[in-house]
Design a protein around this ligand. Structure first.
Ligand code: PEP
Ligand code: MN
Length: 353
């Protein structure tokens, strides 16, 4: 159910409706919009008795949301959600694309700093790097753990980049959230519901990757888990799904971008690195992702990809990333979006010292 407040409703009216919903034993989710506030109701098994709510001051109407996902849906919020960061001109869902770049894994301080400086100079505002890695083989490099997180915290201080890094399990989520600006939930965990709920209790944006075989509805329902716990800052990420095609590691499903944007207010970014698994396909699929209206890109970049400890085959070089940024900047202009040119003057001045 959804309570739509009138454009003239006061904060006091909204508070009274939320209290009423609580007193009925449900959870209110007030979601302010440009013109009016909507209040999502969760925790109800069947329909909520609309009568009492409809009579309250400031209430315009009470609507049944027929879709299984409620809080992620455009019924609740018509405008796009923009995920912003304090003291940072990078965001997801706004006019400027959110560009996340960096290695698959943080391997050393020197490796991470080398790549961070290059992606920052190229205009990225978000640095990615795994400290806890979900590897197919238990014998493969598993990440540097907290030491890797500390290196990324230093990168944030030095280059002004906001940090996106994966939380692999329930136990390490709080540790990752201490260091990260955006907590990534990986494809393999998209249906790890206890982890999603716990991420929903964070007060930090979550980047949720699409599961390897998830439908659009399953993807949105996974996001709903996070919102249902009160965390409304979710960035969706298409990273390819399993199909019979074997010319790429996964099949990048770009058509999910407009499909998500039709149904949901949440931003969606595209990861052509995991989506193709092949370095030589990342540039063209990045261009295509921006052309299709994605709210950003997540790109694996390595200064020496042939020696990377994970996902080297799909990691592009720093020079290739420069080229990618120049090209996507031009495509972005065609779809009335922008991409930052380089690091801010303040950061450039700081690192010149
Ligand atoms: C990653 O981003 O490095 C990663 C492991 O992604 P995914 O969960 O999409 O495989
Ligand atoms: Mn990777």
């Amino acid at each position: 159910m959804l309570v739509v407040m009138s454009a003239h409703a006061t904060e006091e009216n909204v508070r009274a409706v939320c209290e009423k919903i609580q007193s009925l034993g449900y959870r209110p989710h007030p979601i302010p919009g440009a013109e009016r506030t909507a209040i999502g109701i969760t925790g109800n098994q069947g329909a909520v008795e609309a009568g009492t709510l409809e009579q309250m001051t400031g209430v315009q109407e009470v609507i049944r949301v027929s879709k299984p996902y409620k809080l992620v849906s455009r019924d609740v919020k018509q405008e796009n959600t923009i995920v912003r960061f304090p003291d940072c001109d990078g965001s997801f869902g706004g006019h400027t694309l959110g560009i996340v770049a960096g290695p698959c894994s943080v391997e050393s301080r020197q490796q991470a700093f080398t790549i961070a400086e290059r992606v920052a100079r190229a205009g990225a505002r978000f640095f990615r790097g795994g400290a806890f890695k979900p590897r197919t083989s238990p014998y493969a490099f598993q990440g540097m753990g907290e030491e890797g997180l500390k290196i990324m915290a230093e990168i944030r201080d030095r280059f002004g980049l906001r940090i996106v890094t994966e939380a692999l399990d329930y136990e390490s989520l709080d540790l990752v959230a201490e260091y990260a600006d955006v907590v990534q939930i990986g494809a393999r965990n998209m249906q790890n519901y206890s982890l999603l709920k716990r991420a929903g209790r964070l007060r930090k944006p979550v980047l949720l990757k699409r599961g390897l075989s998830a439908t659009l509805e399953e993807f949105l329902m996974a996001a709903e888990y996070i919102l249902s716990e009160g965390n409304y800052e979710v960035i969706l990420c298409e990273r390819g799904v399993r199909t019979f095609a074997d010319h790429t590691r996964n099949t990048l499903d770009l058509s999910i971008v407009p499909a998500v944007q039709k149904l949901s207010h949440l931003p969606i970014v595209v990861d052509p690195s995991h989506g193709t698994g092949k370095r030589d396909k990342v540039l063209s699929m990045s261009r295509a992702a921006v052309a299709t209206g994605a709210d950003g890109l997540l790109i694996e970049v390595h200064h020496d990809p042939d020696r990377a400890l994970s996902d080297g085959a799909q990691s592009i070089t720093c020079d290739q990333f420069d080229e990618l940024m120049q090209e996507v900047r031009q495509i972005a202009a065609v779809v009335h979006r922008t991409v930052q040119e380089t690091m801010t003057q303040a950061v450039a001045a700081k690192i010149a010292i």
